[in-house]
Design a protein around this ligand. Structure first.
Ligand code: ADP
Ligand code: MG
Length: 699
């Protein structure tokens, strides 16, 4: 049997009772469980402080000195052992609340000790409770490394001696026994070309580093390995997918596309739009089903790109479905496509949850008979009764609101799956898109149409409200319109509605009829009322729209030039950026005002600063990832794909890029990992698949 699979009970120093606790508390069952229980930080034991240097900021200090007076203090039932500990600069108290009877006799005068622990300031004096204490040895052989590992543990385990130090002792007992049988999981080529240390050495160093340089190398090696296998899995899925699904070939650029381009296109395409169209054209010609993610900041002009793609499909005799996450958005797409297509023969239909029965019937018949070229809609398009004559392209706008399963349902509407173009205005940091959407190809529109004025963002606290109102009045006098957005968070929904309605009332009072019209939209209104209010604002009849985040995505009212975000500290960066993107769509200077309370947490303050500093969605997404970590972004926490042991997608971009490149190179030369040199990789790959069968299935 493989030694690594040995039950932890049999490790020297464990035994049945501790083994049971290790299983329960840390889910360590076998030798290998302990091997992969990595320290979460390290303490530099090479540094000694003098007593005088100790201050309240220190989380832990190491000092060297001798024991003075030792006494028991306190009331009978709350006795504590207090020992004076001094060096040439002063003294501190060492305090034990438990175990006094066996500690006391070990404390000897005239012996030089090393004490380690967290200093507390109490009654004008520093003390260290339950310190680690050991006899000082000149060579300090006690620590084979100066970087001491700190392991996570629990109170129960500590009670049985398995503190961080206790776990360290177990690891010290374990490593020599198993180090020589730890298998390598990468091939020599990957190891050498990426300057990695061996797996064996990495696992040794991560527990008991001999230098900080080697510790770094160990971390890099283990992160690389983790990301390498993740990418290998993703890329293999992608390859398999491509081999399995043939795609329609759109070879013609025909009259619809050309005549639209010549006669209807109201502007010159930006360089980025042209480049993306080229990338998509290439996919259309490849004979493989396209699965492409199109990222472009709000206002970057994704709509016209999607229309041009639909026209390519049409020129080759295929229909296109364009799916939006909300009714409002679907209507907006419908209207903007109709405007763009005016004077052409392209037939566009719309189908949403609120389509009238008769209307719906016509649309359904037209679709199946091929009387419609482009259908725009919401989730309603996924229903089984929606059948196409020949759908060739499915475009999904604002994708993170649609799940995998839903995408798959669109595919099933055709024998050969249609090409899929997923559009998102939420810029996704490269590391995340490589991982989360690793099986999608990615195109980016990274350029805004010319002539846009960048939005000015201002942070104001609630006490400036009257000045903000005046500013709104000035803008409205210039014939501009204003959004005011309130947070609506599930957990505090009731209070949030109250805030919204109170806000609406006070706005209505500050902006009274008949000079001002204030509209309101929120999720609890009937769809028809919502639509009515939305239209009032879209048509310019209402000056102000008070809303919840229902307007976050896609709404387009170019004349609105001011976005006021209430309780802005409660929104995440990406959401703030989305909201801000509702303005700045016309030629006028636009403004975004972030209203917050006066007292802000450091993180909220940081978020406001970032928003004020930059309009670049990608930069904001990177910052968001850094502040919140990948788990919180885009509801990815359930996916399990981001359960990374050592790597951190926010920080390890460079390693990720190298790991992906290595995985991709490997698959291009040995797609089935049949080569003898790649046997270790294949072995590990199979192991991991057994543990995490679903890890790449979320996009
Ligand atoms: P989004 O990427 O947010 O969906 P839209 O497609 O709604 O952006 O485009 C935003 C605005 O920019 C629209 O009014 C659109 O007509 C305009 N637009 C798009 N491309 C260009 C361009 N190349 N030049 C000028 N205006 C453009
Ligand atoms: Mg859009």
């Amino acid at each position: 049997m493989n030694l690594l699979e040995t039950s932890i009970e049999y490790l020297k120093g464990v035994g049945p009772k501790r083994a049971e606790l290790l299983k329960k508390e840390l889910r360590i069952f076998k030798y290998k469980g302990l091997l992969f229980h990595f320290p979460f930080r390290y303490v530099d034991r090479s540094k000694y402080y003098s007593v005088r240097e100790i201050n309240a900021e220190h989380s832990q200090v190491q000092i060297r000195g001798k024991i003075g007076k030792v006494e028991m203090l306190g009331k009978p039932r709350q006795k504590r052992l207090v020992a004076e500990f001094y060096d040439s600069t002063g003294s501190v108290d060492l305090v034990w609340f438990k175990g006094a009877s066996y500690i006391k006799p070990t404390l000897k005068p005239d012996v030089e000790y090393v004490v380690f622990g967290k200093p507390n300031f109490f009654k004008n004096r520093f003390n260290i409770a339950h310190p680690e204490i050991s006899v000082y040895e000149a060579e300090n052989t006690h620590f084979s490394s100066k970087l001491q590992p700190v392991y996570s543990t629990t109170e129960k385990l500590s009670g049985y001696g398995l503190t961080s130090r206790g776990l360290e002792k177990l690891v010290r007992a374990l490593l020599p026994q198993i180090i020589d049988i730890i298998p390598e999981t990468l091939n020599q080529h990957v190891i050498q070309s990426n300057h990695l240390i061996s797996r064996k050495e990495a696992l040794r160093q991560i527990h008991l580093p001999t230098s900080s340089d080697l510790l770094q190398k160990a971390l890099v090696r283990l992160k690389f390995e983790e990301l390498f296998f993740l990418q290998l899995q993703i890329l293999r899925t992608q390859l398999a997918h491509k081999a399995k699904f043939k795609g329609f070939v759109f070879e013609n650029i025909g009259k619809h596309f050309n005549s639209f381009y010549k006669n209807n296109l109201p502007f010159e395409l930006t360089g980025a739009q042209k480049r993306v169209l080229k990338e998509i054209r290439k996919d259309f010609g490849a004979g493989i089903q396209m699965n492409r993610l199109l990222q472009g900041d709000v206002g970057s002009g994704k709509t016209v790109v999607s229309l041009l793609c639909a026209l390519m499909a049409l020129d080759n005799g295929f229909q296109t479905a364009l799916m939006a996450p909300t009714e409002i958005l679907a209507r907006q797409h419908f209207e903007s496509l109709q405007t763009l297509l005016r004077g052409t023969k392209v037939r566009v239909g719309i189908l949403t949850g609120s389509s009238k029965t008769a209307e719906r019937k016509t649309v359904l018949t037209d679709l199946i008979q091929g009387e419609l070229d482009i259908i725009i809609g919401t989730h309603a398009l996924l229903e089984d009764r929606v059948q196409f004559k020949n759908i060739g392209l499915a475009i999904i706008d604002e994708q993170h609101r649609f799940g995998v399963a839903q995408r798959a349902r669109l595919w099933k509407k055709s024998e050969t799956p249609p090409h899929v173009l997923v559009m998102t205005a939420t810029p996704i940091p490269r590391t995340l898109s490589m991982t989360l959407y690793g099986d999608l190809d990615v195109s980016v529109i990274d350029e805004l149409p010319p002539g846009r004025k960048s939005i000015k963002t201002i942070h104001r606290s609630d006490s400036h409200r009257l000045r903000v109102f005046q500013f709104m009045k000035d803008e409205i006098a210039k014939k501009r319109q204003v959004y005011i957005v309130y947070p609506l968070i599930k957990e505090s929904e009731k209070l949030d509605y109250k805030d919204l309605l109170d806000g609406y009332e006070s706005i209505s009072r500050a902006f009274p009829l008949p000079d001002y019209q204030v509209a309101i939209v929120h999720g609890k209104m009937k769809p028809a009322d919502k639509e009515y209010e939305m239209q009032r604002f879209a048509k310019g009849e209402a000056h102000i729209l008070v809303a919840t985040t229902v307007i976050e995505v896609g709404v387009n009212v170019p004349n609105a030039s001011v976005m006021i975000i209430e309780s802005a500290e409660r929104f995440g960066l990406s959401q703030l950026h989305q909201l801000r993107g509702r303005v700045g769509r016309g030629a006028e200077q636009s403004y975004c005002v972030l209203m917050t309370g006066h007292k802000l947490s450091a993180e909220s303050k940081k978020r406001m600063e970032i928003m004020v500093r930059t309009n670049d969605g990608f930069e904001i997404a990177e910052e968001d990832l850094r502040l919140r970590g990948p788990g919180d972004l885009m509801g990815t926490q359930q996916s399990g794909i981001l359960d990374l042991r050592v790597a951190d997608l926010a920080k390890d971009q460079q390693i990720l890029i190298l790991a992906r490149r290595a995985a991709s190179e490997l698959l291009s030369t040995d797609p089935n990992l049949k080569d003898a040199a790649n046997a270790p990789i294949l072995q590990e790959f199979k192991n991991l698949l057994r543990i995490k069968p679903n890890w790449s299935r979320i996009s």
